[in-house]
Design a protein around this ligand. Structure first.
Ligand SMILES: NC(=O)c1ccc[n+]([C@@H]2O[C@H](COP(=O)([O-])OP(=O)(O)OC[C@H]3O[C@@H](n4cnc5c(N)ncnc54)[C@H](OP(=O)(O)O)[C@@H]3O)[C@@H](O)[C@H]2O)c1
Length: 389
């Protein structure tokens, strides 16, 4: 295995858009400190449980125990790479493929990853539309938060990872505050060690790439509501990237007494297969009209005004998007490799399963189609890009 350190510039090169004028435990020692981090004991007590892995029907890549069956070549790191990027905010038409983007420079606390698979999140589309431009990094942008791949170079301060390690993570610590200019929709991306975790051994790169931002959001939201064993929860949008993981974490990691979730008719069976006790078809029923109320309502669709009507008195409502109605609250996810490491045993035991949308994975040549698809708000689980050259 050969790894050569190449000195590069952080400037994007050969950008072709004529309009691009802008410059450019799990461990009992777990000490992650979210506000409302009250469930550590509960989580640790579940650590020892062993679970069998049952593949789901909704999964683009159903191969199990895929560790190292895919080979990602580690060799000389080139100075230029293939990447998708945009030089202006706008619709999917601003996305351009470029074969001569400079490989990002790596800082001392970072590793350089050869990207094997990347996943899209709604934030990628919203960012591209300029919704967060006030706090975005400068254009042009190589989009992409989620990555799974192989470490090819490490900075001098990196302790845990070495070249050849298979890792996954959400490369942006703060989703909306200065996300990286060089994202994961590229052959290489540079990421702080603390944002990464070893790829779960039983998952392939496609499955792993879909997890980081969504599972970190799912977990942080549950923590912030003070969710714990014996509580009930209603998840609005249980079939999406985040909701499909909220459901599973609530049931299989936190020990929920009852999990209810909404989806359209076609996704009700998926919800049940994830552990949902009460699957509500939002095309036929209004969840707020149910006589039953919940300790926590996790709104992953933007219906906080209705969500607050479904919570028990004194309960908590977390809203990921849309207007917030009290007592609901909003947070923006923080990327943290420690959370992924903590959840890895649940993924490796098969208790928590990645859901990859069956329309994918989309090859690297179809990133525009993948963006268009996630922006329909109809993706089931995650939209993953693979292979990446
Ligand atoms: N604040 C944060 O830190 C944070 C972090 C992550 C995500 N988010 C936001 O949270 C939202 C969800 O993200 P995501 O990645 O889970 O989205 P997603 O995967 O793109 O969601 C797609 C899903 O939405 C479902 N859906 C559409 N209309 C629905 C409705 N009226 N009721 C229930 N479900 C409905 C669809 O199910 P059907 O096909 O069955 O309709 C589909 O499976 C996005 O707005 C995202 O930007 C915020």
């Amino acid at each position: 295995m050969e790894t050569i350190i190449t000195s590069t510039s952080s400037k994007l090169t050969a950008f072709n858009s004529p309009s691009s004028t802008k410059s450019h435990p799990f461990s009992p020692k777990f000490s992650f400190n979210f506000p409302g981090n009250r469930n550590r004991k509960n989580l640790i007590s579940l650590k020892q449980a062993s679970f069998s892995y049952r593949p789901l029907s909704v999964k683009a890549n159903s191969s199990q125990a895929a560790t190292s069956t895919e080979t990602t070549k580690i060799g000389t790191v080139p100075s230029e790479m293939k990447a998708w990027l945009y030089g202006d905010y706008g619709g999917v038409d601003v996305l351009k493929f470029d074969e001569k983007v400079t490989v990002p420079e790596m800082k001392e606390d970072q590793v350089l990853i050869k990207v094997a698979a990347a996943a899209l999140n709604p934030v990628d589309g919203k960012r591209r539309q300029g919704k967060f431009k006030a706090t975005d990094s400068p254009l042009p942008t190589v989009p992409g938060y989620d990555v799974a791949g192989v470490v090819v170079k490490v900075g001098s301060q990196v302790k845990e990872f070495k070249a050849g390690d298979e890792v996954y993570g959400n490369i942006n610590e703060k989703a909306l505050e200065g996300p990286k200019q060089f994202g994961s929709l590229a052959e290489y991306t540079a990421v702080e060690e603390k944002l990464l975790a070893p790829k779960p051994k039983n998952l392939d790169f496609v499955q792993a790439a879909g997890l980081p931002l969504a599972i970190e959001t799912a977990y942080e939201g549950l923590e912030r509501t003070g969710f714990s064993s014996g509580k009930s929860i209603l998840v609005l949008n249980g079939s999406g990237g985040v909701g499909s993981l909220v459901v599973q974490l609530a049931k299989h990691v936190f020990g929920a007494s009852k999990v209810a979730a909404t989806s359209s008719t076609r996704n009700l069976e998926l919800l049940k297969s994830l552990g949902v006790d009460l699957a509500i078809d939002y095309t036929k029923e209004n969840f707020e009209d149910l006589p039953e109320k919940f300790d926590v309502v996790y709104d992953a669709i933007g219906q906080c005004d209705r969500a607050v009507k479904a919570v028990k008195e004194g309960g908590a409502v977390v809203a990921l998007t849309g207007a917030v109605t009290p007592p609901g609250f909003r947070f923006v996810v923080t990327s943290n490799g420690a959370v992924l490491k903590q959840l890895n045993p649940y993924l490796e035991s098969g208790k928590v399963k990645p859901i990859v949308d069956p329309k994918g994975p989309f090859p690297f040549s179809q990133v525009v189609e993948a963006f268009s698809y996630i922006e329909t708000n109809k993706a089931t689980g995650k939209v993953v890009i693979h292979p990446i050259p």
